[in-house]
Design a protein around this ligand. Structure first.
Ligand code: HPA
Length: 234
């Protein structure tokens, strides 16, 4: 047990999928895993461990934003020996060629600040995905027929952003989408020599203001879970 995770030692697998929403962790475990058992209920941040194609997997909610994700990722890595951590979540599209429902594989995650910023001080560290996971996820997305983009994303501290000038500069520099967790996950994976990737479904669009209808969310979320599982065990 840790401060925020009630699982016993050994209850958590080495491969972990991290959706922000704990109810999505429950849905994904019930839909894609066999023999899934709930291993964490502390603060309602549900976690489940089960089997996918015979491989042990844990699906643990991370909460929203980097401070929350940082707590779960730190404890999963340092106390439960997590080796592969794949964020599965939603993002806002930022380029014309990126559509609603498309999947973004975040090769890099630019950011203004993360919980790790105090360590880096004036160093502009470049958080990036594990190359092997990235390539495997790209291969899985192609074989599943999911429209996928690979490139840079932005990890923000705000959902209701007031910096249109910053959004404009990111769009100008090819950033594909915005979410709120990946950069800290990549930084922790680098620090502890683990593998990390963020697989993101575009749920809304900053330029077109389109949003994924609620009836489509489950299907799109399922594509992302499958891409992440295939990549983890490629
Ligand atoms: N901004 C930040 N995070 C997000 C968004 C967004 O537009 N959409 C989904 N996650």
């Amino acid at each position: 047990m840790t401060v925020h995770i009630g699982a016993k030692p050994g209850d958590i697998a080495e491969v972990i999928l991290l959706p922000g929403d704990p109810y999505r962790a429950k849905w994904a475990a019930e839909t894609f895993l066999t023999e899934a058992v709930c291993v964490n209920q502390v603060r309602g941040m549900l976690g489940f461990t089960g089997l996918w194609n015979g491989h042990r997997v844990t699906i643990q909610g991370s909460g929203m934003g980097m401070p929350s994700l940082s707590i779960y990722a730190n404890e999963l890595i340092r106390d439960y020996n997590a080796q592969t951590l794949i964020r599965i979540g939603s993002c806002g599209g930022m380029q014309d060629h990126v559509g609603i429902r498309d999947v973004i594989l975040a090769q890099t995650a630019s950011t203004i600040s993360t919980p790790s910023s105090t360590i880096f001080r004036d160093l502009n560290f470049a958080p990036c995905a594990d190359f092997g996971l990235l390539v495997a996820a790209d291969r899985a997305a192609r074989s599943l027929g999911v429209k996928t983009h690979v490139g840079g994303i932005y990890s923000s501290d705000t959902f209701y952003d007031e910096r249109q000038d910053l959004t404009d500069q990111m769009e100008r520099h090819g950033i594909l989408g915005v979410e709120m967790e990946a950069a800290e996950l990549y930084i922790l994976a680098a620090r502890y020599k683990r593998r990390a990737l963020a697989v993101l479904t575009v749920s809304d669009h900053l330029k077109t203001h389109e949003a994924l209808p609620s009836e489509d969310r489950e299907r799109s979320f399922g594509d992302m879970v499958q891409i992440a599982l295939h990549a983890a065990f490629d």
